[in-house]
Each structure stands twice: as structure tokens, then as C-alpha cells.
Design a protein around this ligand. Structure first.
Ligand code: FHN
Length: 592
């Protein structure tokens, strides 16, 4: 998807939120909802499969090697010509059992496959159109075979289904290159067609776990149609889960709903993991590619490492969300070797550590310097799973602010060997072996007495005397100024009014002089003032280019006279003020 398409997507998402009307979804009690969502909340990890006729050109056409599932839209190829790819789509090497086995061996609990993507091609034999698998030489039903294999191996099959349809003559925003369509688009007729196909999908393949809608951002799709479609799908399979892309409340790639018009059961961040979770009761799932494309692109070798994928899974779980990891199979029906290798690597890690992922809930800690945490709380019993990315060189792992008595501590990689713990003013210290069992992430298990009790330690100086004050930990003062997460943001933003400000509380153990710097993004020059007690520094900020481009700027020297709890404030200077995005303030011990 090009930047232009992403921009139009985000724009239409924002526009669609403007008209807010109070409508409700099908009534359901909280315990009914919890029951229906239970498997999803326990699963934590799924496989996303983007597969269709767009895999035939394999991402390449002419000199452009960067296509994927948006091939038709990006090439503006006449639909009549694009349809010819169907005759070349013959995945004779497709082995549903092998795909499901691979997902299962990676530790995945569900599979979401594209039953129809934006190009409108049905990956199943539909009675409602010839623009589907029926028109290929592949006289089999891949969804039927996947349903069988999932049923045999105990995974949930789920269907991705695009609301937007570049091929159907009745989809409201008809493309000029849709040379097969004539007459006036009729969205009611299109919606009836889509419901017809959804009926085929929800009556021929057994129980479906999730209906993963997408492509809801264009104007012809409305909140009312979304609500109606949600109820329709739930009327066909009452236990099904439907994502939030059936409605119009999603606001960009952060994937979460804003405003009153929420439809769907969970949020869908895309290609990112939220900086912080959304609290209990807010379900979400981050979907992500393994390289830069969802659909198969034979030239795209920009693969994420197994380490990144494993830590992403842990990160999502530690914030109370799921991880939906994508593969883009070839038109022969094979999952790329590089994807297989990475799924196997994740699977090796899960063999030892899956207890620290499945059916866990979000970390009780706001932030941990060495990694992440997941937990399981059963009444008086509580277990913390400490996911250690940065193993302590001194063999002492500090769990900041933990106040509970520890019944037992051990490594998931070596459960029989007890680890000793000691209570410290800063929290609990766990004595761990010199070497980390796993360089990617080692899991230390703490069996607590009672539910987790955490004294939020707040921010402390690092052993080298430096202090980092991240945006996520700031107290914000004002109507507009706010913390932004998602869309690759993790900063203070909307700082339109210089009278609004941010401050941080922190502990100083080694006072003295510090060089103060700020990580800022600006499009026009502006000045800020940093104050700590009576000490102040005021500095002009250079232009960084755009609000996503951050620069670290030295602001000046501040003296911290004593140890203890301190507050540092950052204010805008009214003269010549222009909004600034602030990612962090840092204090470095200064020799001057
Ligand atoms: O346009 C689609 C894209 O092709 C892909 O399917 C992703 C997966 O979440 N969703 C849309 C972009 O947001």
C-alpha cells in the first residue's frame, strides 16, 4: 500500500467519525461476552494468511518490484486483464495440513485467511460470482481443506473478508480501470451480495472463530451498514468474534476505536504494538508482516528476525493483547522458506515458554528496565512471568516495587532448580544464573503470595547517573496537550498552547550538575523552558522537519542540589510558540 493510499485511508477513517449517532449492538451480558472472547484472550498468537491471485505476479510488474495484494489498485490494470491471473492460479503444492502443522508448531492457536481481499477474488467456490477459485485450474476449495485440517489439529479457523471490493460493479467508489463494470453502483445491492458470500462462508466451513473485516474506510461504507453487518454475522454464528473493522470508529493504524460509534469486539493495531496497553476489558490484536508485504512478493527479503518476532509476541501479551503474524504464500501454494524458518524459531521458544504467554494477562508494572512481564492471577494465587531481554550481568534481577512475599522462584527453562529471592527497599531481587538460558528472552517465574502488590517506583537514575524521562511517564497539564501512542508515535503531542505543560516526578540518588537534553520534533522553530526547583534552562529548538522526525537537542546545564524525590517541568515559551512533539527529556551528569 503506497503512502498516498495510506493517507487517503487514514483521512477517510477520521472523516467517517465526524457524524456520531447513538446506536447499540446486539445486547449481550458481560459474562456472555467474556465467555465468547475467552478462547481469543487465552490464545494470544495467531497466523495471518494473505493469499490470492495477486500472488501470481509475485509483486512484480514491469520495472516495479514492490507490489503485493494491492497490485490491481497500484497498477490500475484493467480489471479484464487482471482477471487473467485467475487462469494462472493453480496452487498444486498447497497442503492445508502442512500449513496448519506449521502454525501449530509455532505455538499459534488460530489462523486468519483472506477469504476475499480488496480485489474481490473469492478464495472459495461461491455461487454468487465466477470471480473466485472456481475460475482457476485449481478445482479444489482451499478453505474447506483448511477447515478440515484446523479441526483435526485443534486450531480455530477464521476468515478475513474485505468490505471494499475493487472488482464488484456495485461497490460505491468504482475504479476507472474497472472495465468490466457498468451501470450505477448500488451499495444496497453490494451489501446484499457481500452478505450472501458471508452466508456461504459461515454455513459451509463449520464454526469460524473470527470474522476479520477490513477495507471499511471508504465513504460508501457507513456505521449503520457496519452495525447491521455485525448483527448479521452474529446471527449466522452467535459465538463468532468480529473485529472492529466492520464499523467506522477506527482511527488510523493504531487500530483502536474513538468516539461513540464502536462496532466490533476488539481493536486492530496494524504494523505496530501500542506503547502501553488499554487496561483490562479492552481486547486488541496487533497484526504484522514478517517482511514489508502482506501478499507474496518474491523480491522482498526484508525479513524481521526471529528475535524481533518473539519479543513482539511477548510485548503484545505483556500489554494484554494478541499477536497476529502474517505469511504471504506463493501462487504454487507454498509458504516462503524464510517465513517457515522464523515460525520454527518462534516455535522453539514457545516449546519452553508458552506457559508465560497463553491465558496470561497484562503486566502489573508500568515499565521494566530489562524486559516485560505477564501474569496469571487465580484468586489468592498469583504467578508473574518475568520476560528478561537484558540479563543482569551481576546475577541479580531487580523486580522494581514488588511487595509480595515470594513462595517460589525458578526459570521456565529449568523449573526444578529453585532461585533465591531477597526483599530490597526497591523491590525484590532474584538471584539468577550468570548466563541467560535464552538470549532472546528468558522467563523467570515468581509464585506470589496473594495478588500482585506493586509500589510504582517511578523513575530512577540509572547506575551511570543518567536519567531518562519518557513521554509515557509524564504528567500532562492542560486540555489539548496529550500523550500519543500508536502510528509509531510514543510522544507528547497536541501541544498547541504554550501555557500547557508536562512534568515528571523522579528519584535522585546522585545529585550534581546535569546536561539537559530533549528529544523533539518540530516543523517550525519554538522555545521551551525546563525548570527544576528554582533552576531553569531556556532553549530554542531547531526545526526537525516533521512531527515524526525526532532530534535530541541539548538545552543547557541544570544543578540538582540534593537527593530525593524531584519534579522537573517543561513549559512552552509563548513568544514565537509553535507546537512541538516531545518524546523524552534526559539528564546526563555534566563535568562542567
Ligand atoms: O489494505 C489492507 C492491506 O492490504 C492488508 O490486508 C492489511 C492487513 O491488516 N489491512 C489493510 C491495510 O490497513
Amino acid at each position: 500500500m503506497t503512502t498516498l493510499h495510506r493517507a487517503s485511508l487514514i483521512l477517510s477513517l477520521v472523516c467517517s467519525n465526524l457524524a456520531i449517532l447513538p446506536v447499540t449492538c446486539r445486547a449481550e451480558t458481560q459474562s456472555e461476552l467474556d465467555h465468547r472472547m475467552a478462547w481469543f484472550r487465552e490464545a494470544r498468537f495467531g497466523l495471518f494468511i494473505h493469499w490470492g491471485v495477486y500472488s501470481v505476479p509475485a509483486g512484480e510488474w514491469g520495472t516495479n518490484k514492490n507490489y503485493g495484494e494491492w497490485f490491481l489498485e497500484e497498477t490500475k490494470m484493467p480489471v479484464s486483464q487482471y482477471e487473467k491471473f485467475a487462469s494462472q492460479f493453480n496452487p498444486v503444492k498447497f497442503d492445508a495440513r502442512e500449513w496448519v502443522r506449521l502454525a501449530k508448531s509455532a505455538g499459534m492457536k488460530y489462523i486468519v485467511i483472506t477469504s476475499k481481499h480488496h480485489d474481490g477474488f473469492g478464495m472459495f467456490p461461491s455461487d454468487l460470482t465466477d470471480w473466485c477459485i472456481k475460475s482457476t485450474p485449481f478445482k479444489r476449495d482451499p478453505l474447506k481443506e483448511l477447515a478440515q485440517a484446523c479441526q483435526e489439529q485443534g486450531l480455530k479457523l477464521c476468515f478475513y473478508h474485505s468490505i471494499m471490493d475493487w472488482h464488484h460493479p456495485d461497490w460505491g467508489t468504482r475504479r476507472a480501470w474497472n472495465d468490466k463494470a457498468d451501470g450505477t453502483p448500488d451499495m444496497d445491492r453490494y451489501t446484499a451480495y457481500m452478505k450472501g458470500q458471508l452466508k456461504e462462508l459461515l454455513t459451509r466451513y463449520g464454526p469460524i472463530g473470527i470474522l476479520w473485516f477490513d477495507g471499511e474506510w471508504e465513504k460508501p461504507w457507513t456505521h449503520e451498514r457496519g452495525l447491521d453487518l455485525y448483527n448479521y454475522v452474529r446471527s449466522l454464528q452467535p459465538n463468532i468474534i468480529v473485529n472492529n473493522r466492520v464499523g467506522k470508529a477506527r482511527t488510523g493504524m493504531n487500530g483502536m476505536d474513538q468516539g461513540a460509534q464502536k462496532v466490533g469486539d476488539y481493536g486492530t493495531p496494524e504494523q505496530e504494538i501500542p506503547a502501553i496497553g488499554f487496561g483490562p476489558g479492552v481486547d486488541w490484536e496487533s497484526c504484522m508482516t514478517m517482511n514489508n508485504h502482506w501478499g507474496y512478493n518474491k523480491n522482498d527479503q526484508n525479513w524481521k528476525s526471529g528475535k524481533t518476532l518473539i519479543r513482539n509476541l511477548i510485548d503484545c501479551s505483556s500489554k494484554g493483547g494478541n499477536y497476529l503474524l502474517n505469511v504471504g504464500p506463493t501462487s504454487e501454494g507454498q509458504i516462503p522458506e524464510a517465513s517457515i524458518a522464523r515460525l520454527k524459531e518462534v516455535g522453539e521458544w514457545m516449546k519452553v515458554n508458552d506457559e508465560a504467554i497463553y491465558a496470561t494477562t497484562a503486566s502489573p508494572f508500568k515499565r521494566l528496565p530489562w524486559g516485560r512481564c505477564t501474569k496469571v492471577v487465580n484468586g489468592p494465587e498469583a504467578t508473574l512471568y518475568l520476560h528478561v531481554f537484558d540479563w543482569p550481568s551481576d546475577g541479580k534481577l531487580l523486580v522494581p516495587g514488588l511487595k509480595n512475599k515470594i513462595q517460589k522462584a525458578f526459570l521456565l527453562a529449568d523449573p526444578k532448580r529453585a532461585l533465591t529471592t531477597e526483599v530490597a527497599p526497591e523491590g525484590v531481587r532474584v538471584s539468577v544464573p550468570a548466563a541467560a538460558p535464552d538470549p532472546i528472552s528468558s522467563t523467570v517465574v515468581l509464585k506470589l503470595e496473594g495478588p500482585p502488590q506493586i509500589e510504582q517506583i517511578g523513575i530512577r537514575q540509572n547506575p551511570d547517573g543518567t536519567l531518562l524521562l519518557p513521554a509515557v511517564d509524564a504528567q500532562l497539564h492542560g486540555e489539548q496537550i496529550k500523550y500519543e501512542s500508536g502510528d509509531h508515535r510514543d510522544n507528547i503531542g497536541f501541544w498547541l498552547n504554550p501555557a500547557e505543560w508536562a512534568d515528571w516526578e523522579f528519584q535522585i540518588t546522585r545529585p550534581g550538575k546535569f546536561e539537559v537534553s530533549a528529544e523533539v520534533a518540530t516543523t517550525e522553530a519554538a522555545s521551551i523552558q525546563v525548570s527544576l526547583g528554582n533552576a531553569k534552562v531556556l532553549a530554542a529548538l531547531p526545526v526537525s522537519g516533521d512531527y515524526g522526525q525526532f532530534k535530541r537537542v541539548k538545552l543547557g546545564i541544570l544543578e540538582v542540589p540534593s537527593t530525593g524525590k524531584m519534579t522537573i517541568g517543561v513549559h512552552g515559551v509563548p513568544e514565537g510558540w509553535h507546537p512541538v512533539n516531545l518524546k523524552s527529556i534526559r539528564l546526563d551528569p555534566s563535568v562542567h
